[in-house]
Design a protein around this ligand. Structure first.
Ligand SMILES: Cc1cc2nc3c(=O)[nH]c(=O)nc-3n(C[C@H](O)[C@H](O)[C@H](O)COP(=O)(O)OP(=O)(O)OC[C@H]3O[C@@H](n4cnc5c(N)ncnc54)[C@H](O)[C@@H]3O)c2cc1C
Length: 296
């Protein structure tokens, strides 16, 4: 069986890996210059910061087994079960959040090892020369490849919100044991995480994620959201120093959850994090479910 997977985010890579392990011939086409998609780490002044997913959880036994492999290889580590909630700054305890010392993208790079991944390869239509094609990406991106009707209908039914991420580099650490925080009711700021703490290198770097409302207003000029997010972090965490600011725009950041593990029409499949709670684990599971169905 020849399969083309379009998209080398965590969903596409989980799918491609499982297919390859099951004996299928798989090619992965990725429009970006690196793998990972929204599992993204970008280098600023020689250091990687996680600018997409902030961390991940591993509730599902199948995904937990993958995470255990990453942990034993030193790629992932349990980070924290306690974050703060603002206003107020009270701690809130939840599931263990996992982080990656080398940046979360290193986990995607690990999955991609040994696979036939073609980077900087943007597909504009569904390839004809494969027994199956897996579109592993947000529905609005999949629609650009003109998929068949049942897949197009599911892609069209997805609703997505944007986020702008700001990487804030300070002269020194001045926020104590923050780890990460949810910010409720703020017009600009949704979350802020201590990137030095989650990565484990102690760098004085925070990564802020905007509200969808702020991102929508600044989508055409994301740079202009940088100072707004830096001010919001200063206000919420009562900081004094000025950070250096870098921003990244995620036009399709967060989907509304839809039913089912994937969509399919003939030989074309659609998977990704919209098929469940929108998170890394869901994307991995969705890609894996497509691979299992194809191998059956
Ligand atoms: C700001 C932000 C914060 C987040 N925080 C968390 C969190 O804390 N915890 C958590 O679990 N999850 C979080 N998430 C969600 C998590 O990042 C995603 O659920 C997961 O990474 C989605 O993976 P995916 O493979 O489904 O999609 P993507 O990562 O979007 O992968 C799709 C890939 O397809 C490629 N592509 C698209 N079109 C084409 C084409 N035509 N040709 C070739 N390639 C194409 C893209 O370049 C991309 O690499 C966050 C996401 C964002 C943006």
């Amino acid at each position: 069986m020849d399969v083309v997977v379009v998209g080398a985010g965590i969903a596409g890579l989980s799918c491609a890996r499982a297919l390859a392990e099951g004996g299928a011939r798989v090619r992965v086409a990725e429009r970006g210059r690196v793998v990972g998609g929204r599992l993204a780490s970008k280098r600023y002044d020689g250091r990687y910061a996680d600018i997409g997913a902030a961390y991940f959880v591993a509730d599902d036994p199948g995904f937990a087994a993958q995470v255990a492999k990453w942990e034993s290889g030193g790629l992932a580590r349990p980070w924290t079960d306690t974050l703060r909630v603002y206003p107020g700054g009270e701690p809130t305890t939840g599931p263990v959040r996992w982080a990656a010392p080398g940046g979360l993208r290193s986990l995607a790079a690990d999955l991609a090892q040994g696979l036939d991944v073609r980077l900087s390869t943007e597909l504009a239509s569904v390839p004809e020369d494969a027994d199956a094609v897996v579109l592993a990406m947000p529905g609005p991106q999949a629609l650009r490849l003109a998929p068949p009707p049942a897949v197009a209908a599911v892609a069209r039914a997805q609703t997505w919100k944007p986020v702008i991420a700001a990487v804030l580099t300070y002269p020194s650490r001045q926020w104590g044991d923050l780890r990460g925080a949810f910010v409720n009711g703020h017009p600009a700021l949704a979350t802020v995480c201590d990137d030095g703490n989650r990565r484990g290198d102690g760098a004085p770097v925070l990564v802020a994620h905007s509200t969808a409302e702020l991102a929508a207003r600044h989508l055409d000029n994301p740079e202009s959201a940088g100072p707004v997010l830096a001010d919001a972090v200063r206000e919420v965490l009562a900081l004094s120093a000025e950070p250096e600011v870098h921003v990244h725009r995620w036009t399709y950041a967060q989907p509304e959850q839809i039913d089912g593990p994937y969509a399919v029409d003939g030989r074309v499949w659609l998977c990704g994090d919209a098929f469940g709670r929108p998170r890394v684990e869901t994307a991995w599971l969705s890609g894996h479910a497509v691979a299992r169905a194809l191998l059956e």
